[in-house]
Design a protein around this ligand. Structure first.
Ligand SMILES: Cc1cc2nc3c(=O)[nH]c(=O)nc-3n(C[C@H](O)[C@H](O)[C@H](O)COP(=O)(O)O)c2cc1C
Length: 268
């Protein structure tokens, strides 16, 4: 896949949030990887030791989650892959419990940003409704980490009878991934820029409360830019999107400041 090393096979890390042994979601994720002719490592969250987040906020201040289990090695596997695939069955219009625990426990990615510039793809399956919502949620979670979501593949179980749409979707997503790796350019959409600027405004206004997070944010220079640093990838933001970003930052920056004053007034 890479045009830098001939014969190089892209390394994909699939994080599967299904609690089942014969997971349909994993099947779909694997089929997608086959389209890319890539080497895929599968991490089934059900098979690893993954404790629930205890809400201590340690990840906001330290380098890693304070809970000791298998999470660190999984995070390293994702960080060292060329493409991260987040696969989850749809549970009530959202991700599965296992995937939600994983997302909560990896909140540190959003503060220390080792996933900045890491391309990602979201995969989901559902019986009949809600897979789009599940994909949208995983995408938002990826936005928080600075990863670059390239596309998604999802399907409903009844579609397995006539796989035409699934095949088309898998191919379209694989094509997008191929193009991304050849071009090495990413154009964040308005939704991503919206999330980035809300986060940026919050980190700057809440810097007294979460000083460590603010310091690491400023170190990676995100505080000064329109977007996360993306390593070897070129981020393209049109003038219209830059204007949009400035407006979002402006409104949220003053919004947070104002809400802080209100909170102080109401609690005194
Ligand atoms: C707790 C629970 C909630 C579910 N919620 C939904 C839902 O909201 N919409 C839907 O279409 N299917 C729902 N399903 C069905 C699964 O999404 C579906 O069977 C999925 O393909 C299973 O994937 P897996 O084999 O990878 O685990 C739910 C299943 C469970 C166990």
């Amino acid at each position: 896949m890479s045009d830098e090393i001939p014969g190089y096979r892209m390394k994909i890390c699939i994080i599967n949030g299904s609690p089942k042994d014969n997971s349909v979601t994993l099947r779909l994720a694997r089929e997608f990887c086959r389209e890319l002719n890539a080497e895929a490592t599968v991490i089934n969250l059900k098979d690893i030791k993954l404790k629930n987040c205890n809400g201590c906020m340690g990840c906001y201040h330290g380098d890693r989650c304070v809970i000791r289990d298998d999470l660190d090695s999984v995070m390293d596997a994702v960080a060292s892959s060329d493409l991260a695939v987040f696969a989850s069955p749809t549970y009530l219009f959202n991700v599965s419990t296992l995937m939600k625990v994983f997302i909560d426990r990896t909140a540190n990615w959003g503060h220390k940003s080792p996933l900045c510039g890491k391309p990602s793809v979201m995969v989901s399956t559902a019986d009949g409704t809600g897979a789009e919502d599940c994909i949208a949620y995983m995408k938002k979670a990826a936005y928080f980490t600075g990863s670059l979501p390239i596309g998604s593949v999802y399907c409903y179980l009844y579609e397995f009878k006539d796989k035409t749409r699934i095949i088309r979707q898998k191919r379209r997503c694989a094509k997008k991934v191929g193009e991304f790796f050849r071009m090495k350019t990413y154009k964040p959409g308005f939704d991503y820029l919206y999330h980035f600027n809300i986060k940026r405004s919050y980190i700057i206004t809440a810097r007294k409360r979460y000083y460590d997070e603010y310091v690491s944010w400023m170190k990676m220079e995100s505080g000064k830019r329109y977007f996360y640093p993306a390593g070897k990838y070129v981020i393209k933001i049109s003038p219209l999107k830059k204007l949009f970003s400035l407006m979002v930052s402006f409104f949220f920056f003053f919004g947070y400041k104002h809400s802080g004053k209100n909170r102080r007034a109401s609690t005194s």
